[in-house]
Design a protein around this ligand. Structure first.
Ligand code: NAP
Ligand code: NAD
Length: 321
């Protein structure tokens, strides 16, 4: 099994289906990545904040050593954490992350959130997270997103990243970025599922040649394990009648239907699973097509419901306000 690819505005090809590394346990991460490569995954969506880049790199190294893949066949994504937005911090932290992965370039390096926090030295705390030492208060930095983007562009100039991208930006921030970018973001990564369909944002970035990647494609599911009340109070998309009926009709699982709904809208997906059989199932999502009325029925579930908001984690930064 393999994933189709899409051509990014940087000229590079990106798999449409990848593997998301958030909440992949440290003790099983190297094996999970290695097994995912064996199952056919080529794109890995990592981040400083996920705290498992070294382990992910171990899985990659093992697969390369055994001749299962070559580095150039993989598409490794990582993200710039909020506390490294100051211009002079971007290159050193990207280099540290490359070292953790054991590779010499990222295929895509993304600004994780449009918010700059005060620098934390990696020898003091890594990953630094949102809050200050002791888990209280958030301290911002004065760096603008335009200054951070200039430093991101230099990563491309120096060959440390083949493409650069953004995540969790809203329409206004994208419009602003389009004015100052020398190198356009290749992708925008956003929360996207049938309860949060985000059409105007998709239309805006697509019209400007930027590809969209969905995170949390299964909606509330990912946030149950974080104990989020908001997720517990919502009908799981896996249990939703509209999704279930369509899945039964196609002989697929609800998860596969949710991922196909996204990819048929031209949106790339990066589902995460700690389970080998679900991981295999999630890659097999481009071998069937949903009909136009089925796509429409799923999109009709939209209720503007967002889960991954810093406010929901008790962090006082209303970035989606
Ligand atoms: P997700 O992939 O939508 O959902 C993961 C959840 O779904 C887990 O509970 C997983 O459990 C379950 N699951 C996975 N495949 C399944 C299947 N086939 N059937 C039933 N359940 C299934 O959630 P996500 O991790 O939030 O989002 C995906 C990725 O997006 C992340 O890993 C990360 O790379 C990225 N992301 C980025 C941001 C950002 O700010 N840029 C934010 C969130 C996420 P098991 O593990 O037990 O299978
Ligand atoms: P997800 O929607 O991929 O859901 C994961 C959950 O679904 C897990 O609980 C998993 O057990 C379950 N699951 C997986 N496959 C399943 C299947 N086939 N059937 C039933 N359940 C299944 O959500 P996510 O983990 O939030 O997001 C995926 C990835 O997106 C992350 O790993 C990360 O890489 C990325 N992400 C990025 C950001 C960002 O800010 N850029 C934020 C969140 C996530």
């Amino acid at each position: 099994m393999s994933s189709p690819t899409v051509k990014l505005n940087s000229g590079h090809q990106m798999p449409l289906v990848g593997f998301g590394l958030w909440k992949v346990n440290n003790d099983t991460c190297a094996d999970t990545v290695y097994n995912a490569i064996k199952s056919g995954y080529r794109l890995f969506d990592g981040a400083c904040d996920y705290g498992n880049e070294k382990e992910s790199g171990e899985g990659v190294a093992r697969a390369i050593k055994e001749g299962i893949v070559k580095r150039e066949e993989l598409f490794i994504v990582s993200k710039l954490w909020n506390s490294f937005h100051d211009k002079e911090r971007v290159k050193p932290i990207a280099k540290k992350q490359l070292q953790d992965w054991g590779v010499d370039y990222f295929d895509l390096y993304i600004v994780h959130f449009p918010i700059a926090l005060k620098y934390v030295d990696p020898s003091v705390r890594y990953p630094p997270g949102w809050q200050n030492e002791g888990g209280k208060d958030v301290t911002t930095s004065k760096t603008s997103l335009a200054d951070t983007w200039k430093a991101m562009e230099e990563l491309v100039d120096e060959g440390l990243a083949k493409s650069i991208g953004i995540s969790n930006y809203n329409g206004a921030l994208v419009l602003d970025l389009l004015r100052y970018a020398r190198i356009l973001p290749a992708t925008l990564q956003i929360e996207h599922h049938p309860y949060l369909t985000q059409e105007p944002l998709l239309d805006l970035v697509k019209a400007n040649g930027i590809n969209v990647t969905a995170y949390s494609s299964f909606g509330p599911q990912s946030f149950l394990e974080l104990g989020m009340q908001h997720a517990k109070d919502t009908t799981l998309l896996f249990d939703n009648d509209v999704v279930k009926k369509i899945a039964d009709k196609h002989g697929k699982t609800p998860a596969q239907v949710l991922l196909r709904w996204a990819t048929q809208r031209g949106v790339a997906v990066i589902p995460k699973s700690n389970n080998q059989s679900r991981l295999a199932q999630n890659l097999d999502v481009c071998s069937f097509d949903l009909a136009a009325d089925e796509l429409k029925a799923i999109s009709g579930l939209n209720k503007g419901l967002r889960f991954n908001d810093p406010l929901a984690y008790g962090i006082s930064q209303p970035i989606f306000a």
